[in-house]
Design a protein around this ligand. Structure first.
Ligand code: ZN
Length: 85
C-alpha cells in the first residue's frame, strides 16, 4: 500500500534550522508520523493517527522507501537530461 500523505522524510526546523527526520510520535490521540524538534518540541504531524506503534512503523518504513524510490527516479531523470543536453 502506498502512503497517500506527504513523502517528506527529512526537513529542517523553520525556527532553529535543526535537521529533523520523520519519526514515530505519540500523543493522547495515538501514534503518528511526524517531525519532532529536540529544541522546539513537536513540529508537525505528517500522517493520520494509528492505533498501534507497529502500524506507525509500517508506514514509516513505507515513507522512507518511497523517498529512496523518488531519489532514484530523480537521479535517473538527471542522467537522461544530461544525455539529451
Ligand atoms: Zn527547532
Amino acid at each position: 500500500m502506498r502512503n497517500d500523505y506527504s513523502n517528506k522524510v527529512y526537513m529542517n526546523c523553520s525556527d532553529c534550522n535543526t535537521f529533523l527526520k520523520l519519526q514515530i510520535c505519540h500523543s493522547q490521540a495515538g501514534y503518528y508520523l511526524g517531525f519532532f524538534c529536540p529544541y522546539c518540541g513537536p513540529y508537525s504531524r505528517e500522517s493520520e493517527y494509528f492505533r498501534s506503534r507497529v502500524e506507525a512503523e509500517i508506514y514509516l518504513v513505507d515513507a522512507q522507501r518511497g523517498d529512496e524510490e523518488n531519489q532514484r527516479l530523480n537521479e535517473e531523470l538527471d542522467r537522461m537530461c544530461k544525455r539529451i543536453a
